[in-house]
Design a protein around this ligand. Sequence first.
Ligand code: MSP
Length: 582
Amino acid sequence: MRGHLGVLSRQLSTIKAGRLARNGWICHSCRTGQVRRKLFSSSAALRDAKEKPYYVTTPIFYVNASPHVGHLYSMLIADVLKRWQVLKGRPAILSTGTDEHGMKVQRAAELQDVPPKALCDANAETFKDLARKANISNDHFIRTTDPEHRDAVEYFWTGLRDSGYIYETKHEGWYCVSDETYYPDNAVEKRVSPVTGKTFMASVETGNAVEWTEERNYHFRLTAFRDRLLKFYAESPGWIVPSNRFAEVVSWVQNNLEDLSISRPVSRLDWGIPVPDDSSQTIYVWVDALINYITVAGYPVWPPGDEHTKGWPADVHIVGKDIVRFHSVYWPALLMALDLPLPKRILSHGHWLMSRQKMSKSVGNVVNPFFAIDRWGVDTMRYFLIYNGAMAHDSDYSNEFIVDRYKKGLQRGLGNLLNRITRPKNWKVAEIVSSMSSKQSEPLPEVVDIHRGELERLVGKVEGHMEELNPSGALREIMKLVFETNRFIQEASPWAKTDEDDAAAVEQIVFYAAESLRLVGILLQPFIPEKANEFLDRLGVSHDRRTIQYAVLHADDSYGTPMITLGEGAHSSLFPPIPVED
Ligand code: MSP
């Protein structure tokens, strides 16, 4: 590798002068006189920070079709991870966006008889809407048709070419447009279409149709990175979560690695970024797409020493299990070729299934996330998807499961507990909280003491799951405490204690139940932000006391007066009965 960063720093003055150039190549925006649009929408505090922000990404979504619940799931995991960092007080950025080039989008546009850019514009808006509706706190929404991205891709390509990692050759093989990937002979098989009865060649892994292609194109010397990749994997335990996916990747690199075809003749694919200095070829959509993660972080305008301030290297790339190889083999090898830092972790999640089949546009069994959010509410969907979703295996989607989770967890668990503590007339939470602040070291009856112990361990356990990139485990841990507190309060029955002598006991029981609510409310914010906020409003926790430092027993001695009117009857609850199921 020939000091890519060195080249970059030498070119910094050119960059500062507003032109981006490398070995005679001048950036597309400079050539066309387009003004570079501002990609960075982060707050002023973030822009000025020298500390590297936590940086989490979702895959960028193909715009050939509308989003479905599987896409929402990728966004949601990223959002929970980001919000968790913010809760801990660390600057964090989340990037999502759309993957707009390639055969798949080109064909979708042809089929609909619309210009590809028009299709992209319309569908990118739908994905943006989904992020808004689902309360995804993304700082960036990148589109691969953005001029900044085109500059980054051209610059990256020129770097690869200058480093000698690209060569031209004839390529023969099976290409799958749906998966935007080549498959070797041993990964395809004959299948019969259930619809037409005709036979076709398909990928064994995904079942999607493949077509034979013979063409001249550019290749990336992926095989030159075999040893470096294997060494990196060996030295980076936990780099891919979960571990079963990591093992598959290592074995794949050991046994299947081939050089990668990274362009297509423009006669086949013209919807993409042309290869710099060879307009007869278009850059392979996956190379184009992966670079989005560094475009967002400012590449290639990385002032030496400050490369990290916009986030790179990413702390975690969230990916579905079907795209692990692209992120954990191709992407690190491409970065290694330019001596750029590698992402810190890859989190692969399972798929959502309908009737045991992957939810996907091509199968036609997708759930429209807009309808689902309208029907169940945004936080019910967030709760369900995170609770039931998994990393190491697939999960079943059904309306029954959503209703079940809502009733058991949110209504009977969380809502019920909140009502039991905040509504009774025989005590006032604010008075108890204030009175108990001076009695922290008083001995407690065994049943209260056991519960207090559980509470003390809660944050550590949740933090442990989040460190392991297991938001479902974290949410289950929080809910376990909710169920446990309901049992505790049932057993201790403070409402049954009417005797004057029992006053101290009532105080202790209600206090530790209220502390459970307060801690749970704080910890739930990344998962169900709207409901957690309302929950804390009802409990009267002031807004500046909702960060993780306050998720400690006795950390707040002035809550308990509701900030909103609690109202009467089931419909005034935080989790009202759901509309009649049809
Ligand atoms: N454009 C590529 C990603 C490029 S990232 C540099 C792509 N796009 S996609 O729209 O097909 O898929 C985006 C994400 O949605 C992937 O992580 C994929 O795994 C996820 N899902 C697609 N169907 C899914 C389910 N049924 N369930 C869960 N996630 C699923 O791949």
